[in-house]
Design a binder for this molecule. Structure first.
Ligand code: ADP
Ligand code: MG
Length: 498
């Protein structure tokens, strides 16, 4: 049996194709949503999902969440005495999902279609597939999350369509613009904020509730934080969810035998959340600009992600686009449903092909320069050479000049990122280029950046007067060897899973 999996940053879901349609499958706890949390219990066994999430606040050193953000990095995550890689954590999650489906439906899972963010690069995609392998699931193929959402809305029945997908999850915000043409779904652009999601909205309520308890009731903030944080967080989370369908919620908590209550209104919540709402606008504009598709040309705007259940989000989107967004499919279920549809289409051998965004460079690449502005020298300025969302492979050249008299070397520092200041961007590497001495501005250097589909960046410099060339290749690929994979498999097999 082939299943569809939404392997989310906050929550994961599974769908299957049965009796002619895709439907979500409940886990062992009776919920279609499994929190993407992994932990170790008191006996040292791995726990996954809600039981792990319940221990997130009480056992922070034995529990880990939002590890999808680390996918593709070489980072090691400590869980008690265990040291794990992001793909290994994901594999625990996949294994749990698989076992739950098998138990619920009495079937054997052989293959899976797993969704990934449109902006995932080649390495992040490889690591997602590897997580499948470590969980003994054949990840038949990866599907872009926005494409999955579009499939759930029947985009595959259209010949030509242009769709904007607005996805606000637990900790990430992704905007993608899709174009369906000739049976192929292409991600035309993708933008977003990796540090903005539903949890930030919960924190607004937490802050207000804290203020109430500390200022009105003179409770010690330190004690509240050390002893009651899990309770407060859970209550605020309930309030947030409740306020999506009702206008008021009675926040209540018992502390040392005394009960404290605060009536919290949707109106208060929305006013306090305004700064977060403001941050949702820029990525939408960016995605539209990068796609060269005009707002008026969009056929549909889809709401995706649990956090879009908040009325303030659909209101904002409606205002931005001057029309009501589509949300007939539950926003937190739509990606998994789409993965299920892809499984259906695959069974019929009619699956939709989607072009992955690794076909464009996901970051701006450039070098650090010194600028002169009205006689003032400004250093640490980022000069882009390859703009983000440029189709790759790409090779671009810019000419730069020396800035000081008698300069002997020019340091070409490569960076990736979107800030005007290199200090906010990611440093990639350095080329020391010797130049003939002369007056400032006399020597010119051509800097060529070539970026290929494997994520390799070649930086080549040419001193124009001497035609002297230098180059370096910068790779952010930490690909694993077959040996590493076998070691990882052995390590995981030795672990006890609850
Ligand atoms: P991800 O894609 O990050 O895995 P989801 O799409 O599952 O995440 O969204 C999870 C977020 O949605 C959480 O912050 C959760 O609190 C929020 N959420 C879920 N249901 C509601 C609701 N009814 N009202 C407001 N927020 C909600
Ligand atoms: Mg999601």
């Amino acid at each position: 049996m082939i299943i569809g999996i939404d392997l989310g940053t906050t929550n994961s879901l599974v769908s299957v194709y049965q009796n002619g349609k895709a439907s979500l499958v409940k886990n062992a706890l009776g919920s279609v949503i499994t929190p993407s949390v992994v932990g170790v219990d008191d006996e040292g066994r791995i726990i996954v999902g809600q039981p792990a999430k319940d221990r997130l606040q009480t056992h922070p050193e034995l529990t880990v969440a939002v590890f999808k953000r680390l996918m593709g990095s070489d980072q090691t995550i400590r869980l008690g005495s265990l040291e794990l890689k992001p793909q290994e954590l994901s594999s625990f999650l996949l294994r749990q999902l698989k076992e739950d489906v098998e138990a619920e439906l009495g079937i054997t899972v052989t293959e899976a279609i797993v969704t990934v963010p449109a902006y995932f690069n080649d390495l992040q995609r490889k690591m997602t597939k590897l997580a499948g392998r470590l969980a003994v699931i054949d990840v038949e193929r990866l599907l872009n999350e926005p494409t999955a959402a579009a499939l759930a809305y029947g985009a595959h029945e259209e010949l030509e369509t242009q769709i904007l997908v607005f996805d606000l999850g637990g900790g990430t915000f992704d905007v993608s613009i899709l174009e369906m043409f000739d049976g192929i779904m292409e991600v035309r652009s993708s933008a977003g904020d990796n540090r903005l999601g539903g949890e930030d909205f919960s924190q607004i309520i937490v802050k207000d509730f804290f203020a109430y308890l500390v200022e009105e009731h003179h409770l010690a903030e330190d004690t509240l934080r050390s002893d009651f944080l899990p309770k407060i967080l859970a209550e605020c989370e309930r309030a947030k969810t409740a306020l999506s369908t009702q206008l008021e919620y009675l926040l209540s908590i018992e502390i040392n035998g005394q009960s404290y209550q605060l009536t919290y209104s949707r109106d208060t919540f929305e006013k306090a959340a305004q700064p977060l709402l403001d941050r949702l606008i820029l990525p939408v504009k960016q995605a539209l600009t990068d796609s060269s598709i005009k707002l008026s040309e969009l056929d549909q705007v889809l709401l995706v992600g649990g956090a879009t259940r908040m009325p303030m989000i659909s209101k904002l989107v409606a205002r931005m686009f001057g029309r009501l967004p589509s949300r007939e499919v539950n926003p937190d279920e739509v990606v998994a449903m789409g993965a299920g549809y892809q499984a259906v289409l695959k069974a019929k051998d009619a699956q939709i092909n989607d072009v992955v965004l690794t076909d464009v460079c996901p970051f701006t690449l450039g070098i650090e320069i010194v600028n002169e502005l009205g006689g003032r020298i400004i250093s640490g300025v980022f000069s882009p050479i390859i703009e983000r969302n440029t189709t790759i492979p790409v090779s671009r050249m810019e000419r730069y000049y020396t800035t000081a008299d008698q300069q002997e070397y020019v340091g070409i520092k490569a960076y990736q990122g979107e800030s005007r200041h290199t200090s906010n961007n990611v440093y990639l590497g350095l080329l020391e280029v010797p130049v003939p001495k002369g007056e400032a501005g006399e020597q010119a250097i051509d800097v060529r950046f070539s970026y290929d589909i494997n994520g390799l960046l070649e930086v080549e410099t040419t001193v124009v007067s001497t035609n002297e060339k230098q180059s370096i290749v910068i790779s952010n690929n930490h690909d694993l060897s077959e040996d590493d994979i076998q070691k990882s498999l052995e390590k995981l097999t030795a672990m006890k899973i609850h």
